[in-house]
Design a protein around this ligand. Structure first.
Ligand code: ADP
Ligand code: ZN
Length: 591
């Protein structure tokens, strides 16, 4: 067997490379710089961990978030690859210890943030160490045209390019449009053709967009159906995060929250509770996640739309890194777009960057409203053609369509008769024939549309208005208290030149269930994790436990055949899992 295949088996416990891994590693073996564009969960870490373990003397990993480093170092050490990090969480003597270790060749992997990389002290250290490989993780941070731009990445690139004995550079990212990929290669001086792109598709993710539905109800229903599964709920503002958190908490769900306004101790506590599987769900702003390697996240729900496809795909991509079936759900409401527009308007950016942001927001909004395959839409955005996925909410949509042209005309003409000067609330009241004092005040009881829908509840009419807005027949004005306007498309409907259809509401779906043995193995994993003070998914991934629970190995040799069980982990944990597996009696099938 080729040497690197042997290392893959012995160290990582895998028999086959995933797409792209071998190619990237070959470039590194040949001491050629390379850019790897591979989706989240595709196994980018192995692209530098394997060379680090097999043939590089010292590998430096430039990683944007120090909160991630401890986790990454734990994971490498669990595999038996000696790793360390240097960052501001260490005190002076801690840093000195690690530098001494590095000088003595005690480590194969060093994790560092780009800000530290460019410090003169670090440069000096660097020059005295036998660095063979530099891995630039989240390499899209180098480009202005993606998102998450970090100035220190640029500085670092500049520094790297001026090193007298430049080590091999491997840049890795999950999100790069063709423009961003070119930028990365150019800035890091990676030869044009040295690129490995495996495609952006995530075969295990099911993308879903839920429009025109009460978000709170949907969230509750979904979380109750999927009790025991780990997930992230993203919202755009701290206020909204707290609102959703309190709401779900009051329903007795196992939940925490996270945003930049929390005190450090609180933030750390919620984060750890989530990583260690002590709470099921976390509600968070986008401040949460860059530093999260947790591989057993079964769902990511966006309660509000993010501002760009890049951000959406990156955040949604935190579901299912272990390759098991997972959900990526976006709850869409048109008014959430206005918040983004407002922020873009208010920002101090240049005109050019602002236009870029408006375009990105428009594309995100198109994603929410497309009737085509969602995965296909995302891939096309990143410059890749593909067939429909067969898993997303559009591919699987078989809801009945009901014609609602007449109801739509009632709403639209009511908005017109109110001179397009009022918001959703008052239009609803007029249509349902409310006796509200404002109705009196404006004399709306005299309108021909007053009470036209008195058979419907206010809730139903509001939801219809939201639907017509999402369909682009009504448009809310800008600002905090938007008034409703009828669009040109809406006028066509009023004139009877267009029919309107609406689909039934979507039901929350249940994720694939785990079997009983899996749950037993999971308990052992939790116990080991607490004892060794590493998150459960660092001990073994859900995919590994799943494989165990279906193969039911009962000897060390059999256990070693399970995906993700390498020599080091077998020696450390094999006995505990074997004890459980050997004792397991499958329940008798019922007659
Ligand atoms: P990324 O950094 O690309 O998001 P990771 O490096 O965290 O992905 O890997 C995701 C998961 O896939 C990890 O649990 C990892 O062990 C697993 N994995 C990586 N390579 C392979 C492989 N060749 N076969 C099976 N599983 C793999
Ligand atoms: Zn699809």
């Amino acid at each position: 067997m080729e040497m690197i295949n042997q290392v893959l088996k012995d160290v990582f416990g895998y028999t086959e490379f995933r797409a792209g891994q071998r190619e990237v590693i070959h470039y590194i073996e040949e001491q050629q710089d390379v850019l790897g564009i591979m989706p989240t969960g595709s196994g980018k870490s192995i692209c530098y961990q394997l060379p680090a373990s097999a043939f590089a003397r010292l590998t430096i990993v430039v990683s944007p978030l120090i909160s991630l480093m401890k986790d990454q170092v734990d994971a490498a050490n669990q595999l038996g690859i000696s790793a360390t990090y240097i960052n501001s969480s260490l005190d002076y003597s801690g840093v000195l210890d690690r530098i001494r270790g590095l000088r003595q060749g005690a480590f194969k992997l060093l994790y560092i943030a780009p800000e530290r990389f460019v410090m003169p002290e670090f440069q000096e250290l660097l020059n005295s160490l036998p660095v063979d490989l530099i891995a630039v993780d989240e390499a899209h941070c180098i480009s202005h045209w993606g998102h998450d731009f970090r100035p220190s990445y640029l500085e670092m690139a500049d520094y790297l390019n001026h090193l007298p004995n430049r080590p091999t550079v491997v840049a890795l990212t999950a999100t790069a449009t063709p423009l961003v990929a070119e930028d990365i290669k150019q800035l890091l001086c990676i030869p044009q053709q040295n690129q490995v792109a495996t495609g952006f598709a995530r075969e295990n993710l099911s993308f879903q967009v839920i429009t025109d539905q009460k978000k709170e109800m949907y969230l509750l229903e979904y979380l109750k159906l999927n009790k025991g599964q780990a997930g992230i709920i993203y919202a755009n503002t701290r206020k909204e995060v707290e609102r959703i958190y309190h709401l779900l908490k009051s329903e007795g769900l196992s939940i925490g929250y996270y945003h930049a306004g929390l005190k450090d101790v609180e933030r750390t506590k919620f984060q750890e509770d989530f990583l260690y599987d002590r709470i099921q769900t976390i509600v968070a702003t986008n401040a949460f996640g860059m530093g999260i390697n947790k591989s057993n996240v079964r769902f990511v729900i966006h309660a509000q739309i993010p501002g760009t496809m890049e951000a959406y795909y990156q955040e949604a991509g935190r579901a299912g890194r272990d390759g098991l079936p997972s959900d990526a759900i976006l709850l869409f409401a048109p008014q959430d777009l206005q918040v983004h527009q407002y922020f873009i308007e208010q920002s101090q950016r240049s005109h050019e960057l602002k236009q870029n942001e408006y375009t990105k927001l428009r594309e995100m909004s198109q994603y929410s409203n497309t009737e085509g395959c969602l995965q296909q839409f995302i891939l096309r955005y990143f410059g890749q053609e593909s067939a429909p996925c067969g898993r997303c909410s559009n591919c699987l949509d078989n809801r009945a369509r009901v014609e609602i042209t007449k109801e739509a005309q009632m709403v639209l003409s009511c908005v017109k008769r109110m001179d397009e000067r009022f918001g959703k609330g008052l239009v609803t009241k007029v249509l349902t024939g409310s006796k509200d004092q404002k109705i009196d005040q404006f004399g709306f009881a005299k309108l021909s549309t007053y009470g036209l829908m008195k058979g419907s509840s206010q809730k139903e009419v509001t939801s219809l208005i939201d639907f017509l807005t999402a369909e682009g027949l009504l448009a809310p004005s800008k600002g905090q208290y938007p008034t409703l306007l009828v669009t040109e498309k809406g006028i066509d409907v009023l004139k009877g030149q267009q029919t309107v259809y609406r689909k039934e509401q979507r039901q929350a779906r249940k994720l694939e269930q785990n079997n009983e043995l899996f749950e037993q193995l999971r308990e052992i994993r939790t116990m080991i994790a607490e004892e060794t003070n590493v998150p459960p998914y660092v001990v073994f991934s859900d995919a590994t436990l799943k494989d165990m629970s279906t193969q039911i190995p009962t000897s060390r040799l059999d256990l070693l055949q399970i995906k993700g069980v390498g020599q080091n982990k077998l020696d450390k944990y094999g006995e505990q899992f074997l004890a459980c597996l050997q004792n397991y009696q499958p329940a008798e099938a019922e007659e």
